[in-house]
Structures are given as structure tokens and as C-alpha cells.
Write a protein that binds this ligand. Structure first.
Ligand SMILES: *Cc1c(COP(=O)(O)O)cnc(C)c1O
Length: 307
């Protein structure tokens, strides 16, 4: 059974932190597993338990062509011997279209390619009902593990944080991880989220996520006061990066020996550094949650991180 025993809270050093008198810790969820990395395992944990209780034969989930969630699910299912199906956005694709899909397929995931119109209905109640008639032996996990089980799995990330931590930083995709973290934080702590998608309505998305997971609206109203949104759009939006980001990731690795990815954690760490530069955290203690995602890095960074 997969576990989080490799994950740990690590204090990191940087000249900027001394200058600003801030203590920075990294929650190393990237060390959980090379493929079932970081928050993806947190989100799968209770979903796989729910699958077990459902007594169904396998699991079925959704993802885009480069989905870390799809790959994590394929790897977790292989480890646990669970048959799995991945519904992929894009009918023009095939199992060899890219490295992520090829790896999912090699791990034993059956890939089914959907046109974009149908894929858009992936959270629609009736659509899910029809899908479960078609695949009665498969337990359905939403895209990105974005449900109640995903959220409570992520709530556990902050379980062992020292109580004198004032702020937590995390990258955001479906908002499931940040929602779980927010649930777990005490009233005095703030959560800084860095969305990977450009022009993303964080509050609307999170509110939808909390309602979909079955939490009362009042709880979201109460907790959203602790939330702060930091955007980094200068690298070109979702899934895009440029030389400046690559240089930042390389420099950060040289100082801390912690690898970051180009889609999520590189941008989120960049945002944290900017805030520190602006004196936002002077005399405070901050935790950066490293959500993993390193398997999707460009070749040039992969080389750097393995030497
Ligand atoms: C998937 C992913 C995220 C986004 O998590 P959500 O729960 O979808 O918000 C963040 N970081 C990494 C590395 C990821 O792979």
C-alpha cells in the first residue's frame, strides 16, 4: 500500500530569507512516489478506499493528454492491482500520442478517447449515471480526484504542521488540494493559492468545488476569509514556460537541492519569492506545499535534477 512516509517538512535556506527574517519550510509531498506524486496520492487515498468499499472491480477516471492525475491513477492502480480506465480529452489522440499517455498505457490503464464536447459533461450528473450503466463494475473518480474524498485526503497535508506557521503556499489546478488544505488550517493561518490557469476565477471554482463535495455554503463563506490569491501570468499561462522560469527553477535547485516543475510548483515558488521580496512575510514562518509533478519536466531540467 502506498503511504506518505517519505513526505516530510523541510526547512530551506536562502539569502533572501535571512535578509527578510522569514523562515520557509517545504512540505515534500513530491517525495511520496516518483509517479503517484504529491497531491495526486493525497487525492487518491480515500477515493481508492471508497472503491474498495464499493466492491467494484476497477476504477475509471478522467484527464487531459498531459494529466498528472491520469498518470498517478495508472501507477497507483498498477501498484495495488486495480483494473483502471482513463477517459482522455481529445478523440484525435491515441496511446502513443505523448509520453504521459504512453506511460499510462504501459502501466495497464485502458485509455478511451473522448471528443471535447462529450468531455465537457464529465461532471454532469446524468452523464455520470449513464457512464456507470455502461461501466457497472468501475468506481468513477472525477477528473483531478476533485471530490469530497480528494479534499479530505488533502486536509491531511497540514495535519502535522507546527501551530506557529502563519501562512501556507500552494499551486492550484482543480482547487481540490487547496480546498483540503484550507479545511485543515486553523483560523489564524492564511492560505496563498497560485492558480496555474490564466484568467481563472478562483473563488467561483472553489465555491463550486465545496458545494460539489457536499459542504454547506456557510463553511465556505467562513473559510474563504483566510484565502489569498497570487497570480503569475508572465510565463504565458497554463502549461507554458519560458527561459526566465527555467532559470528561476535552476537557481532555486542550486541553492536548495529541491526540484520544481514548470507547470505548477515552479510558478508557485516564484510567487512566494516575490511576496517575500515585497516584505510580506517578514518575521513569519511559511510553508510551501510541494505538490510534485516532476515527471512532466522538460529534458533540460530532468538532466539537472538527476546529477
Ligand atoms: C495536479 C497538480 C496540482 C493541482 O492540484 P489541484 O488539486 O488540482 O488544485 C498542483 N501541483 C502539481 C504538481 C500537480 O500535479
Amino acid at each position: 500500500m502506498l503511504s506518505v512516509e517519505n513526505a516530510r517538512l523541510e526547512k530551506i535556506e536562502h539569502p533572501l530569507f535571512d535578509e527578510k527574517n522569514v523562515q520557509v519550510f517545504v512540505q515534500r509531498d513530491d517525495l511520496i512516489h516518483p509517479l503517484v506524486s504529491g497531491n495526486k496520492w493525497r487525492k487518491l487515498k480515500y477515493n481508492l478506499l471508497a472503491w474498495k468499499n464499493s466492491k467494484k472491480e476497477g476504477v475509471l477516471t478522467f484527464g487531459g493528454a498531459y494529466s498528472n492525475h491520469l498518470l498517478a491513477t495508472a501507477a497507483a492502480c498498477q501498484l495495488e492491482n486495480i483494473p483502471c480506465i482513463g477517459m482522455v480529452r481529445g478523440e484525435e489522440l491515441n496511446p502513443q500520442s505523448n509520453a504521459t499517455l504512453a506511460q499510462c498505457s504501459a502501466l495497464g490503464m485502458r485509455l478511451i478517447f473522448m471528443d471535447r464536447m462529450t468531455y465537457q459533461m464529465r461532471e454532469d450528473k446524468q452523464f455520470i449515471e449513464e457512464l456507470s450503466y455502461e461501466y457497472p463494475n468501475y468506481y468513477i473518480i472525477p477528473e483531478g480526484g476533485a471530490n469530497y474524498y480528494g479534499m479530505i485526503g488533502c486536509q491531511e497535508i497540514v495535519k502535522d504542521f507546527p501551530s506557529d506557521i502563519q501562512a501556507v503556499f500552494v499551486a492550484q489546478g482543480t482547487t481540490t488540494t487547496s480546498s483540503g488544505i484550507l479545511l485543515g488550517l486553523s483560523e489564524q493561518q492564511s492560505l496563498f493559492v497560485v492558480p496555474a490557469l490564466k484568467g481563472f476565477d478562483v473563488a467561483a471554482e472553489m465555491e463550486h468545488r465545496w458545494r460539489y463535495a457536499g459542504f454547506p455554503d456557510e463553511l465556505w463563506e467562513e473559510k474563504q476569509i483566510q484565502l489569498q490569491i497570487k497570480t503569475v501570468d508572465q510565463f504565458g499561462g497554463y502549461g507554458k514556460w519560458n527561459e526566465e522560469l527555467i532559470q528561476f527553477i535552476k537557481g532555486f535547485y542550486q541553492l536548495t537541492k529541491i526540484p520544481l516543475d514548470v507547470v505548477y510548483t515552479g510558478k508557485a515558488m516564484y510567487a512566494l519569492m516575490e511576496e517575500i521580496k515585497r516584505d510580506r512575510f517578514n518575521h513569519q514562518q511559511v510553508v510551501f506545499v510541494h505538490t510534485g509533478g516532476l515527471q512532466g519536466n522538460p529534458e533540460e531540467l530532468k538532466y539537472l535534477f538527476t546529477i
